[in-house]
Design a protein around this ligand. Sequence first.
Ligand SMILES: Cc1ncc(C[n+]2csc(CCOP(=O)(O)OP(=O)(O)O)c2C)c(N)n1
Length: 366
Amino acid sequence: MAQSSVVDFDAIKKNLADLPKPIQILDENSKVVDKEAFDSFSDDDLVEFMKKMVWERALHEQTMNFSRQGRMGFYAPTEGEEASEMGTVLAMKKQDYLLPAYRDVPQLIQHGATVTEAYLWSRGHVVGNKYEARAMMPQIIIGAAYDEAAGVAMGLKKNGEEAIAFTYTGDGGTSQGDSYEGMNFAGAFQVPALFIVQNNGFAISTPRNKQTAAPSLAQKAVAAGIPSVQVDGMDILACYKVAKAARDYIIAGNGPVMIETLTYRYGAHSSAGDDPSRYRTEEDTKPWHEKDPLIRLRKVLEDKGLWSDEQEDSLVDEYKATFKDAIKEADAVPVDKVSDMLKRTFEIPTPEMRKEIEKFEAKESN
Ligand SMILES: Cc1ncc(C[n+]2csc(CCOP(=O)(O)OP(=O)(O)O)c2C)c(N)n1
């Protein structure tokens, strides 16, 4: 078919793929590529970022061990995503409201939930659904946290609070209607919401390029009138800076922002036991290990004489001891009874429910 004289769709399509380079401060070889941004961090900041990533990896390793011992319920591995997760959450303030998905448990803990609560959430225990922190329990329905965030952000705006709602989904989550609806609402009402997509390459076994023809996932915000950006999700400095800039922009009353972090999940999708070797090869995975966020920052710190293997090993031991205490604490929380769950469903139970409650109470007292 001849090209129309009034419109050149080929050129429009090509334009869509003409993307700016993802934002980066430290490249894969630990070389500083944005000196001004790098110099804005003190040595203490850099050490703190490293500690947070070491903490997250230790959490992952210890929690996987608990999972293998049959002591966890659902758990979504986070190894590889430390820069994306810690970099973004550390740019938030305690008054901000977190709407996490299931892979965002480390951010939930950083934002103020306890590890014990996170473990109880994993077991489906009600105590794991309530936090002192401003946060909702992790969302299992993919993309749905975007709708929750839009609603919470509307509430924050109506209350006149100096706070934002921030939320996460994966690449797969951006293929769900919910994420578009959440962003559309947030854009239409210019509410203070930060939408983060952790593009880790796969939605379980489905690779990102089979889910969508969009050249970037960040572009998906554009149709909702939301400014968006891609960032190197293996560079914690870039993730932090971009998330902080987004928060400042939103707090100044400019409406929502969306950030796509380019990251990778090293392990399986979940502790339920999918086998990643069935949908990706070692060749696919190797380049991502070479971009590892911990290796990248560790080298900078070692060159500055701010870090050592001994220091890291003793931190890992210290962190793992806290996770072991947390699981003991979770074990000590009485198991949630069916009758308790029924009693919580309505303030005044229906006659049918009252009968069910009595039935279960009788069974449970045996
Ligand atoms: C609405 C909905 N559909 C399907 C599922 C089943 N499911 C669970 S996780 C997942 C893949 C999600 O991938 P992605 O959004 O990329 O996040 P990731 O797990 O990689 O962090 C799917 C399809 C679900 N939880 N919710």
